[in-house]
Structure formats: C-alpha cells, structure tokens
Design a protein around this ligand. Structure first.
Ligand SMILES: Cc1cc2nc3c(=O)[nH]c(=O)nc-3n(C[C@H](O)[C@H](O)[C@H](O)COP(=O)(O)OP(=O)(O)OC[C@H]3O[C@@H](n4cnc5c(N)ncnc54)[C@H](O)[C@@H]3O)c2cc1C
Length: 403
C-alpha cells in the first residue's frame, strides 16, 4: 500500500483545501449562528467543485465507483477510484466546515444510495437531483430493521404511510430515499427504499430540528400520508428475497461510512492545526524527537492526538481503497468510522481544553468543531453499533446471534 496521496487526486485536494480556507471558514460562524438559513454561497462553490470532481471521477458525497462495471476477462488493476477521491475531498471540505459540507446541494446520503443501486432509468431521472435519506422514525433508530413506515402496492404505484425524523437535508433536498416495509410480518427482507419527491402531496414537512452542532445543515421531520410513489421509483429488487435479507439496502453504508469518518478527519485536522498555532508561542508542538518521559504533559497529549488522527486517517483510506477495488469492506468501513468518530470527539474537545478559555469562546472555531464532531459518531450508525458490526464480523455471527 502506497501511503502517498495519488497524483491524480492532488489537484482535487488542493481545490478542496483552498475552498475550505478561503470560502468556508469565513462564513462558518455566520451559518452556525444563523441556524436553518440556507448558505447561498454554496451554490457557486458547488458548481465549481463539481467541475473539479468530475475531472477526478468523484463527487463530494455521492458514491460513484460502485456503478463502475467489471469488464469480463479484463486484467485486474489495483486502483484508487471514486471512493478514495471522495474521502480526500470530504476531509478537505470538512476542514473548512462540516455543516456546510452537509449543506452542499446534490450531496445527500440519498445520492449515494441512488448512485449505488439505481437502474439506468432511475439514474437518468434522479441522478442530478439532491436526495436525502430517511430511515429513522420516532421509535426506530439504531435498529433500522424495525422500521414501521409501510409501502402498499396498488396497481402500478406504492402507497407510503409513516413518520420520519432527523432527516439530513430533509427540507432542502429535491427528493428523499425513504425506507419502508412491504410487510411488517416478514422482517428485514421486506424493507425497500423508495425515491419520493419532496413536491409529492403526501409528504408533509413537520419541523426542522435545532441542534448542538452542524447547524448549517437542515435536519427535518416529515409525515407520509397515502403518499403515492410510482412503482418504477423503488430502488433495487422489488421482490422480497428472504435469503438475501437486508444485504441490498445496507450495502450503501459500506461506501458512505468512510465518508462520515473522513468528515471527522477534517474536523480533527482543523482543531489540531489551530491548537498548534495558538499554543506555539508558549510551547513547542513540533518536537517529535524528545522521549515521552521528558515531555511536558500538554506536549505528550498533543502528540497522542496526532497519532490517533493519523491512525484514523489510514483506516479511512484502507476502507475507501477496498471499496474502489471491490474488496468486501463492511468490517473495515465500521472500523474506520468507529475510530474516527470516537477520536474525532476526543481530539476536538482536547483542543478546546488545551486552549482553555480561548478554545471555549466564540473568538475561535475550536468549540464549534467540538460540537460538530459529536454527530459524526452518531449518524450512519453510532459508535456502539459500529462495534457491534465489527464484533459480528470477527466472530462470524449474524445479527440474530449477537444483538
Ligand atoms: C443531526 C442528525 C442528523 C441525522 N440525519 C439522519 C438522516 O439523514 N437519515 C436518517 O435516517 N437518520 C438520521 N439521523 C438519525 C441517526 O442516524 C440516529 O440518531 C442514530 O441511528 C441513532 O438512533 P437513535 O437516535 O434512535 O438512538 P438509539 O438507537 O435509540 O440508541 C440510543 C443509544 O443506545 C445505543 N445502542 C442502541 N442499540 C444498541 C445495541 N444493540 N448495543 C449497544 N448499544 C446500543 C446507541 O449507540 C445510542 O448510544 C440523524 C440524527 C441527527 C442527530
């Protein structure tokens, strides 16, 4: 494994970090304070960045590489593709502001699902739309197999009924990929995802949530009442395949969990660099030669943070590289999210601690990066759920055996 950033992605990375510093940081506090205000500056930036991404074969948040087709008989070449590009890019943009990254038009979790499992007609119809993803319900979070939103087949349509909460971009996105069950009695195999247009009369926005962090990103709750969805807008196989179970819908997360981990990397990197700058007059934080037993406590803590950051970064790159090379990566995707999610919170808060009153104040963004980091250890599977997935994979146990 070559640990250098591949040459072909260096341009994209430069664009991402420049955008982070020049465009996002200056508006970061404005949209943190102005929660729920749409960051209109992103429209211009999204257009510029999507041009850069297209050149590298990636997108900011939508997984593209999973659609790449195998050519029968072709020689297998190890490659760095769309997943690797996305992770690098996402880290760069999150270094600027992760709440703004999540507000980029067209970069929802639903876009990743559409990119991964849509057919050609669906891709043509929805590929350019901004798609959110709605799994969570008032009584269903981590245990997504227990969802109660129903989908009933009626002629050529499905009729959806239920309530969805905490939907990222649920207010701003053009459509939402909604998880619903065709038959509650059958369990996880009956769960399918449906692309529902926000303009659909059966979909009613209930509220947007006020939150601890990522305040630039809108998080919405909505109700589906006899919401009519054309049968052709069901993603994946419409048949209930009890043998395959949940596999199909869950596979999207193998691509997207490294993206969330990359968001945590961006926040950590921002906090570590700013802390080094703030403390540089009082303490040398670039002394990597002195033995640990001769360092000041603050120095030792700082170097430990750097090591944790680097470990998380390498785990993210491994999971992305595996996805690009079609190597099954469920466990590695969870490992990188668990590590980056956990140390992301620890590191950003440690940076607040090391800079103390300045770290806690609105003069700096350190306290914001601490607040923003917590969600990255919650959504797309909490810390505990990632550990459960890792344990199941390591012990060779299924979800019914290890809960
Ligand atoms: C800002 C924000 C944005 C979000 N965006 C989206 C989105 O776009 N789409 C979407 O569908 N959802 C979204 N969510 C919801 C998010 O995915 C859920 O909050 C998350 O899955 C956890 O579910 P829960 O909050 O119901 O907690 P619960 O599942 O009730 O868990 C509560 C606690 O128990 C722990 N726990 C649960 N089960 C186990 C177990 N088996 N073993 C050990 N510990 C366990 C959890 O780790 C957690 O600490 C968002 C949430 C927030 C806050």
């Amino acid at each position: 494994m070559n640990l250098e950033v591949p040459n072909k992605f260096k341009g994209v990375l430069k664009t991402a970090y420049t955008a982070a510093e020049v465009l996002l940081r200056p508006i970061s506090r404005k949209y943190d304070v102005g929660e729920h205000t749409y960051p209109k500056e992103l429209d211009i930036l999204a257009a510029a960045l999507s041009g850069a991404n297209n050149a590298s074969g990636g997108a900011i948040g939508g997984a593209t590489s999973s659609r790449e087709k195998e050519i029968p008989g072709a020689k297998k070449v190890l490659k760095n593709g769309g997943n690797m590009a996305n992770c690098l890019n996402i880290q760069g943009i999150s270094y600027g502001d992760v709440g703004l990254l999540l507000s980029f038009p067209g970069q929802g979790l639903g876009n990743a699902a559409i990119a991964a499992v849509s057919n050609d007609e669906q891709l043509k119809k929805f590929g350019k739309m901004w798609a959110a993803m709605a799994i969570t319900e008032p009584n269903v979070g981590s245990d997504s197999a227990a969802i109660t939103t129903t989908a009933r087949k009626e002629g050529n349509n499905y009729i959806l009924n239920g309530e969805k909460i905490f939907v990222t971009s649920g207010e701003r996105a053009d459509c939402v990929v909604v998880w619903a069950t065709l038959d509650k009695g059958i369990g996880r195999a009956a769960i399918k995802s449906f692309i529902v247009l926000r303009s659909n009369l059966g979909m009613k926005l209930e509220r947007v949530e006020k939150k601890l962090g990522i305040r630039a990103s809108d998080t919405a709750a909505f109700v589906l009442t006899d919401c009519v969805v054309p049968g052709t807008d069901l993603l994946g196989n419409p048949e209930i395949d009890v043998k395959k179970g949940f596999g199909g819908v869950m596979e999207t997360f193998d691509n997207t969990r490294p993206f969330v981990a990359a968001m945590a990397l961006g926040c950590m990197q921002a906090a570590i660099e700013r802390t080094r700058e703030i403390l540089s007059e009082k303490i040398n934080l670039k002394d990597h030669k002195t033995p640990i037993n001769k360092l000041k406590a603050a120095q030792a803590q700082f170097y430990r943070m750097e090591a944790d950051y680097e470990a998380a970064r390498l785990l993210v790159l491994r999971a992305a590289w595996m996805a690009d090379n079609k190597v099954p990566n469920s466990m590695e995707a969870s490992i990188c999210k668990a590590k980056a999610g956990r140390v992301g919170v620890e590191i950003t808060l440690k940076c607040v601690e090391l800079c103390s009153s300045l770290g806690y104040s609105y003069k700096e963004l350190l306290e914001k990066w601490g607040r923003d980091s917590k969600i990255l250890d919650i959504f797309e599977g909490t810390q505990q759920i990632q550990q459960l997935i890792i344990a199941r994979r390591m012990l060779g146990k299924g979800s019914s055996e290890l809960k």
